[in-house]
Design a protein around this ligand. Structure first.
Ligand SMILES: Cc1cc2nc3c(=O)[nH]c(=O)nc-3n(C[C@H](O)[C@H](O)[C@H](O)COP(=O)(O)OP(=O)(O)OC[C@H]3O[C@@H](n4cnc5c(N)ncnc54)[C@H](O)[C@@H]3O)c2cc1C
Length: 265
């Protein structure tokens, strides 16, 4: 099949890598350098990530890809450190002991929080999709845990949409980030930055036959017969990695408009 991949972020590059070899693949990326949210900019000899980036010990698919693309030797595991700034004091919250010492939760609230963390991997997260994280925490852990612990975190990540975030996201996040021993959480970084990983994805997808075309924003996707036309070129299938509403607008499709927060273009 002739397949067009729209967007050269991680999803687009991995799609191109998986499809190339068995299909004829063109990938179009709007920016001069692929990477998307995982992109980097250059200063002298260095590539600097545009946003903070690390991986977790439980990111099995990503770690397999690091091995397959021979970037695993760049992986270093560092201890992350977290603190809460309350009324002029920074309270370290990296290790379980520090969490136990945190003065803005009662012992009972800490016990409930600990229990939820332990149970987080066993939840049916799909069943939580229709419940907000706020309601879930208020119902299960009480208002103190919400206002002193989760609300500031949700607000700093999601701004004025913090109250709309799903409990499915929060519980999945707790499950992935609760994998910490007595010393705290281990976070994986690539020496020299994630640019090396993005470059290896590009290189390997290209070696398998994909054509990766930067600096080329897709402007129109339209149905024609059994196939699709992307900016005048015919394809059997299109993989769009853009937000659903952007894809809907480009392709004139009726796709549910999912609320979406994105970094500045
Ligand atoms: C601040 C921040 C920190 C993060 N930290 C982490 C972290 O530490 N660990 C982690 O695992 N994840 C992290 N993430 C999440 C991770 O970066 C994203 O989940 C992932 O990079 C998304 O990849 P994507 O390909 O789905 O989307 P995107 O990266 O958004 O890729 C979409 C691509 O499409 C391109 N595009 C847009 N419009 C067009 C068009 N019309 N035509 C052609 N191309 C177009 C864009 O330029 C972009 O390259 C972070 C995200 C952010 C924003």
């Amino acid at each position: 099949m002739k397949i067009c991949v729209v967007g050269g972020g991680l999803s687009g590059l991995v799609s191109a890598l998986e499809l190339a070899g068995t299909h004829q693949v063109d990938l179009f990326e709007r920016k001069p350098v692929p990477g998307g949210c995982l992109g980097s900019y250059r200063i002298g000899d260095y590539w600097i990530e545009e946003y903070y980036h690390h991986c977790f010990a439980g990111d099995a698919a990503l770690l397999d890809l690091f091995d397959a693309l021979q970037v695993a030797d760049r992986l270093v595991w560092l201890r992350g450190s977290t603190g809460y700034y309350v009324d002029g004091t920074i309270h370290p919250l990296t290790t379980p002991t520090e969490i136990l010492r945190y003065p803005h939760l009662t012992l009972m609230e800490k016990a409930r929080l600990g229990l939820l963390t332990l149970r987080s991997r066993r939840f049916d997260v799909q069943a939580l999709d229709g419940i907000t994280a706020k309601d879930f925490i208020l119902d299960n852990l009480g208002s103190g845990v919400y206002s002193s612990f989760f609300e500031p975190l949700l607000k700093s990540k999601f701004g004025d949409r913090a109250g709309e975030v799903s409990a499915a996201w929060l519980i999945s996040r707790i499950a992935i980030r609760s994998d910490r021993g007595a010393g705290g959480e281990r976070l994986g970084y690539l020496k020299g930055g994630f640019r090396h990983f993005v470059a290896r994805l590009e290189e390997e997808a290209t070696r398998r036959g994909a054509s990766i075309v930067p600096d080329t924003p897709v402007e129109e996707i339209r149905r024609e017969g059994d196939g699709w036309v992307v900016d005048g070129k015919s394809y059997d299938a299109v993989v769009s990695t853009l937000p659903p509403q952007v894809t809907a607008d480009l392709a004139g499709l009726d796709i549910a408009r999912i609320p979406y927060q994105a970094p500045p273009a």
